[in-house]
Design a protein around this ligand. Structure first.
Ligand code: SAH
Length: 358
């Protein structure tokens, strides 16, 4: 069955004219799906009931089904959303005072194998289509009173390994949903060819690099792909990105106690970024605890402060990511893993925390 989500307005128009409808129907239906929050044909009240029925017989809007919603006190809602084949991913709704952001997955699982990441532990199941990526956003928007104005590709998966569908989904979010490209951030484990390709797409999204360490040895302990693509090659690609797009990057730095949080490593990080003349913020992310073989732990509050001060002293601007949604296991892949492996225990845990619908 055809899913309409994922199609552009002109593709929907083509579909409608092929069944003898006037071409303005395409625009009308596309607006319902991408801008007016319709999740089924029934809700498209300005279409005749016979047309709605006909459409429903041969196609569907195609949004994923939320299997699970976990709401935290700070308003963060973590979703597990399922697709037609039963595969599921996590998406997160993140309300702030001045904006609402959606964190989307680009793949079911991930092949990167990062040693601190819950998603990595299950490996990769499959890529998502552009429609499945945008569908996560639309499903959350359909349940939100506030407009979701920002999107980050920081859920499950590596966007650069599903490049074409990710680019298509970004264009749909910009051109069809109407988001500003500047409000879209693509986060990568560091795939040099993908970074350079993205620079040439001529879409002014923000690129975030999961750098996490200033030297290859430490980085490879955390990110196995660091053995293949060295920091030197990745940062050269980032410098090209900055030069071609004239945009600042974000450098994500996951802080793990005793692994990458020393004063020397902060100094080295600043030196490395300055050496490549790379503009952009360093976003410090305290490790969101998941059980790991290495026994990784969160850094102390003091060491985060010292690390941050050293970077700033050396001319780097920093932000510290607030840990949000902790009650709902908001680290990448945690909730889905619990959901898959033991649905009962998750329900109990969430009920104990007094959380919403499951
Ligand atoms: N594959 C992409 C995007 C998905 S991961 C990437 O690597 O950037 C999004 C971010 O969450 C990355 O910076 C990743 O390193 C981080 N992350 C994964 N597990 C985490 C954890 N347990 N605590 C904190 N951040 C984590």
């Amino acid at each position: 069955m055809n899913s309409l989500v994922g199609m552009t307005t002109s593709e929907i128009t083509e579909l409608l004219t092929s069944i003898g409808q006037p071409s303005y129907r395409g625009k009308q239906i596309s607006a319902w799906i991408y801008r007016r929050g319709a999740t089924s044909f029934d809700q498209m009240t300005d279409l005749s009931s016979s047309l709605r029925q006909r459409l429903a017989e041969q196609s569907s809007v195609g949004l994923p089904e939320p299997q699970h919603r976990a709401k935290s006190d700070d308003g963060v809602v973590k979703y597990v959303q399922a697709f037609h084949d039963g595969q599921s991913v996590e998406s997160v709704y993140l309300p702030y005072e001045d904006r609402v952001s959606a964190c989307l997955s680009s793949q079911v699982g991930c092949a990167a194998g990062c040693t601190f990441c819950a998603t990595a532990q299950g490996g990769l199941a499959r890529n998502l289509t552009a429609g499945e990526i945008v569908g996560q956003y639309l499903r959350m928007q359909s349940e939100s009173e506030r407009r979701i104005s920002h999107v980050v590709y920081m859920g499950m998966g590596e966007p650069m390994w599903n490049y074409d569908e990710v680019i298509k989904s970004i264009r749909l979010l910009g051109d069809e949903v109407g988001l500003s490209y500047r409000h879209i951030t693509v986060s990568t484990v560091g795939v040099p060819a993908g970074i350079v390709a993205l620079a040439k797409e001529n879409i002014p999204v923000t690129l975030a690099l999961s750098l996490h360490a200033p030297d290859d040895e430490t980085r490879s302990r955390m990110i196995p792909t660091g053995r293949k693509w060295k920091i030197d090659e990745i940062l050269s690609a980032c410098a090209q990105y900055a030069q071609i797009t004239q945009r600042n990057l974000t450098f994500e730095y996951l802080l793990i106690g005793g692994v990458n949080d020393s004063l020397e490593q902060a100094a080295e990080l600043a030196r490395v970024l300055n050496r490549y003349h790379l503009p952009g913020n360093v976003n410090l992310i305290p490790f969101n605890y998941v059980e790991t073989e290495q026994g990784f732990r969160r850094p102390s509050r003091d060491s985060i402060g010292i690390f941050r001060a050293e970077l700033e002293k050396r001319g780097r601007t920093t932000t510290q990511r607030m840990t949000r949604g902790q009650q709902v296991s908001a680290a990448c892949g945690q909730l889905r893993r619990m959901h898959e492996s033991d649905k009962r225990s998750v329900t109990i845990e969430l009920t104990e925390l007094g959380m919403g619908k499951c």
